[in-house]
Write a protein that binds this ligand. Structure first.
Ligand code: SAM
Ligand code: DTB
Ligand code: SF4
Length: 405
């Protein structure tokens, strides 16, 4: 099924004029029930416009509905800033949730087209056998006995490009290739193969992203030369909580890789994973790390833990959705120009919850058959959801221009 512009989407695009809004709110004037604006677009006048109840002025708003001063200043900002303090971030994160979502939505509409959501498809190009010990991950050899996941060889360039073509034909504009590696040391041949995959994906007119573990400055430059659009490397959580999740590489090593990616001129995709047993202060810490980088990541993925039986976090209870929503909304406020991506955990998220995330500023998803080892929301399921909510796929390179030749 192809993405299509439905009648409802077209109707939604016809703006209700200022005249309509004014006449609808002038209760003492009989002309206030004018149907001009609605009639003009062939839509029946909504009942609320016929109300004769007085509408209070903005100054009469309940004090609790007004955002705190940190959020108010953030809403008024005209460009991204990276001098946030943890206290400021906590003040935003802990704002009454409806107010936070409303303000995040306001910022979202200033920096992005709120109807557009980027579609990205993931492919696991090297499954399992990873030497790291990330406690959430299905692909670590440490938990292989419990997970039963067998390590596989690297996929061929041809099979990767065949999958990218399917993704493109289903509306995805970004293709992300993930490998279960700690780093790229001693993988010269693999890097050349991956460069060929990147070139092939770019030739299909798609943005290319890879996530291969740690890379050095030289490897980053090679990937840039191949035309790589973005590199995904998550800091995952706060600096303080990180050691209770991963012991085989440090937080600073992750930041070093992000520095190499940025220095090579590749877009940084770096986010986190929620529901690991962290506290609010750790989600605030995660947001602090990324929003105070020298420049904000172009993309911030928010993963909700998918508990994998056999891993140390395999039986963790799910995180409250409101924490996910707060994280998305706070990210939108702190990093207004960044693409905020709902990543792992969407498969079990009701459509209405996803819609709240889009409202709060999320504007990218992974779509297709699979994430890396777990299920993803399929193409058709997402197309139907987009139709129901008046969303449309973001065009390629609209937010991330094609790197120079
Ligand atoms: N090996 C590479 C690395 O660690 O950078 C790339 C792949 S790794 C799977 C990418 C990210 O996926 C992790 O940093 C984590 O945020 C997320 N992730 C992995 N397993 C997950 C799970 N079970 N639930 C939710 N997110 C997960
Ligand atoms: C990201 O932040 N999330 C994606 C992508 N970047 C590579 C990976 C999610 C993995 C979910 C668990 C799995 O499928 O194994
Ligand atoms: Fe390896 Fe990445 Fe999984 Fe960690 S998250 S075990 S580095 S594949």
């Amino acid at each position: 099924m192809a993405f299509r512009i439905t009648a409802r989407r077209l109707a939604a695009r016809v703006p209700v004029t200022a005249t309509t809004a004014t006449t609808a709110t002038t209760a003492s004037n009989p002309a206030s029930t004018s149907t001009r604006g609605y009639a003009a677009v062939g839509v029946e006048t909504p009942a609320w416009t016929k109300s004769t109840l007085p509408i209070p002025p903005v100054s009469a708003l309940n004090a609790s509905a007004k955002p705190n001063h940190v959020l108010r200043a953030a809403v008024a900002a005209t460009e991204p800033r990276n001098d946030w303090t943890r206290e400021q971030i906590a003040a935003i994160y802990n704002e009454p949730l409806m107010e936070l979502v409303h303000q995040a939505s306001t910022i979202h509409r200033r920096f992005h087209n709120p109807a557009e959501v980027q579609l990205c498809t993931l492919m696991n190009i090297k499954t399992g056998g990873c030497t790291e010990d990330c406690k959430y991950c299905a692909q670590s050899t440490r938990y292989q006995k419990g997970t039963g996941l067998a390590a596989k060889k690297v996929e061929s360039v041809e099979s990767v490009l065949a999958a990218a073509r399917v993704a493109r034909d289903n509306g995805s504009t970004r293709f992300c290739m993930g490998a279960a590696w700690r780093d790229m040391r001693g993988r010269k041949n693999s890097l050349q193969n991956i460069a060929a995959m990147v070139r092939g994906v770019r030739d299909l007119g798609m943005e290319a992203c890879v996530t291969l573990g740690m890379i050095d400055a030289h490897q980053a430059r090679e990937l840039k030369e191949a035309g790589l659009t973005a590199y995904n490397h998550n800091v995952d959580t706060s600096r303080e909580f990180y050691p209770s999740v991963i012991s085989t590489r440090t937080y600073d090593e992750r930041l070093q890789t992000l520095g190499h990616v940025r220095d090579a001129g590749i877009h940084v995709c770096s986010g986190g994973i929620l529901g690991l047993g962290e506290e609010t202060k750790d989600r605030v810490g995660l947001l602090h790390t990324v929003s105070t980088l020298p420049s904000h990541p172009e993309s911030f993925p928010v993963n909700a833990l998918v508990p994998i039986p056999g891993t140390p976090l395999g039986d963790r209870a799910p995180l409250a959705f409101t924490e996910m929503l707060r994280t998305v909304a706070t990210a939108r406020v702190l990093m207004p120009a960044t693409i905020v991506r709902i990543a792992a955990g969407r498969k079990t998220m009701a459509e209405e919850k996803q819609a709240l995330c889009f409202m709060a500023g999320a504007n990218a998803i992974f779509t297709g058959e699979k994430m890396l080892t777990t299920e993803c929301n399929g193409y058709d399921e997402d197309k139907d959801m987009f139709d129901r909510w008046g969303l449309e796929p973001m065009r390629s390179f609209e937010k991330s221009p094609k790197p120079e030749a």
